[in-house]
Every structure is written in structure tokens, then in C-alpha cells.
Write a protein that binds this ligand. Structure first.
Ligand code: ARG
Length: 266
């Protein structure tokens, strides 16, 4: 009886240990002691998973964050021999999170701006998009001048928010509102708390296809690019750029663009 008990206890311990090894494997790979050979260093990527098709969670598919940026990050880090971990963080907090050392890189459809370049480095641009003004179809907001007297919403910390402020210098808008996540902006449009939202056209495309109550027009403001953000003076930036250039050259990037955006870039 006693023996039997001990035996079961041992088995439980062994199973437990195995399980623990299995799960800790992922985050332990940096330590690389013992059988460290062949273990991969982990890179922690921050993203804001509110931005289909760049990064989002499709609950009909699963709980994982998927999208263009995820595939791209996976491809690049794999080629460089890293293991990738993805964390979901509000867009407006991503740079602070990297500053604090909580993440190693950002892919979030993030545009290189002078302001951000003070805090982070960016790779070359891998995708471009335009500013879109979105509203409820019924509101008949169809051109720039219609923004007069309107409440404009944009994502906190985004260049779309900066654009709203620029517009407010030119046009007498009623107010500018910010929200942490894109779906919140869409929701506020629907409830009428904001009249228009400024969102990237490539992201709005999906929303417009799904929701015929929404409509949008492009701002005549030029294209903005997305790039990968890394800590200032990171040695990875050059390596990432090298792989990005390869992927542009050999069509891999284009393949991902077609997969997620269904069209071609450039
Ligand atoms: N491209 C814009 C910017 O850099 C918006 C990006 C928002 N990304 C997101 N995952 N919500 O400010």
C-alpha cells in the first residue's frame, strides 16, 4: 500500500516535471545553459491587436493574434534564428513598453515619425496606407469641408490622432476624441458619440465590406508607411533591414501582402 502510494506520487512528480519543462521551454530559451546548443533566443514583440488585417484576433479561428504583421515578424525572426513571442498592448503604450524593456520590438502598422524617432529606431517601410475619414453613411459626410462642427475620433497615440489635431487648426471642428482601440472608435461612431473617425484605409476596407452603414473617403494627405520599431541603436535594425530587403526582392513580402490585403503593394 505504502509502496503503491509512493509510486503514484513519483509518477505524478515526474509527469509534473515533464509538463513544467514543456511549458517553461518557451521562455527559458534565452538562458541556454546545459544543453543550450540549438536553443533559440526569444524576441518579445509588442503589437496592438485591434488592427485587421495587420494584427487582430479572429475568435472564429482561435484566440491567437494573427495577421500580416505577425506573419512578417515570424518570417524575419525565423530567418535570423530567433523565437518570436507576441504580446497585445494598447497602441498608445507600445513605445513606453519597449522603453521599459518589456518588449524587444514593435510591429503594429506603426509609422516612422520624427517624434517616435526620438525614442526608437525604425526599419525600412514595409507597407503604405492612406488616411480615411469614416462616418455613418446617413450622416452625409463626404468631403473635407464637412468636418466643420464635427466630433472627430482617432486612436490614442496614432498619427491619425495627430492628423485630427492638424485638421482642427484648419477647420472649426467641435471636438477631438481619442480611444485606445479601433473597435471602440467604430462603436462610438455607431452610438453617435463621435461623428467621424480617422482610420487607415487598409484597415477600414474590411470594416466597410462588412458593414454597409459605414462609409469613408480618403484624405488628400499622402501615404504613410509602416515599419518595425526597435530600441535606439539596436543591432537588430540592420539585420531586420537586410532580411526585409531580401523578402522584397524574392517576392515573399508580396506574398504576405496578397495573403492579408488581397492586393499588391507598390
Ligand atoms: N499607422 C498609424 C500610426 O503609426 C496607426 C497604427 C495603429 N496600429 C494599431 N495596431 N492599432 O500611428
Amino acid at each position: 500500500m505504502k509502496k503503491w502510494f509512493l509510486f503514484s506520487l513519483m509518477s505524478i512528480l515526474v509527469v509534473g516535471l515533464l509538463a513544467a519543462c514543456g511549458t517553461s521551454n518557451n521562455d527559458d530559451q534565452t538562458s541556454g545553459s546545459g544543453e543550450g546548443e540549438g536553443k533559440k533566443e526569444v524576441l518579445r514583440m509588442g503589437t496592438s491587436a485591434d488592427y485587421p488585417p495587420f494584427e487582430y484576433i479572429d475568435t472564429t479561428v482561435g484566440e491567437e493574434i494573427i495577421g500580416f504583421d505577425i506573419d512578417l515578424a515570424k518570417a524575419i525572426t525565423e530567418k535570423l534564428g530567433y523565437e518570436l513571442q507576441v504580446q497585445d498592448i494598447d497602441f498608445g503604450s507600445l513605445i513606453t513598453a519597449m522603453d521599459a524593456g518589456n518588449i524587444d520590438l514593435i510591429l503594429a502598422g506603426m509609422t516612422p515619425t520624427e517624434e517616435r524617432l526620438k525614442q526608437v529606431d525604425f526599419t525600412d517601410v514595409y507597407f503604405t496606407a492612406n488616411y480615411m475619414i469614416v462616418s455613418l453613411k446617413d450622416s452625409n459626410i463626404t468631403k473635407y469641408e464637412d468636418l466643420e462642427g464635427k466630433v472627430i475620433g482617432a486612436q490614442l497615440g496614432s498619427i491619425q490622432y495627430d492628423k485630427a489635431e492638424e485638421i482642427a487648426e484648419e477647420i472649426n471642428v467641435k471636438k477631438i476624441e481619442n480611444r485606445d482601440r479601433i473597435p471602440q472608435l467604430i462603436q462610438e461612431l455607431k452610438t453617435g458619440r463621435i461623428d467621424v473617425a480617422i482610420i487607415e484605409d487598409t484597415v477600414m476596407k474590411g470594416y466597410l465590406e462588412k458593414d454597409e452603414n459605414l462609409s469613408g473617403f480618403l484624405l488628400d494627405a499622402g501615404e504613410e508607411g509602416s515599419a518595425i520599431a526597435l530600441p535606439k541603436d539596436s543591432e537588430l535594425t540592420a539585420e531586420f533591414n537586410r532580411v526585409l530587403a531580401d523578402m522584397k526582392e524574392n517576392g515573399e513580402l508580396e506574398e504576405l501582402v496578397v495573403k492579408w490585403f488581397g492586393g499588391e503593394e507598390e
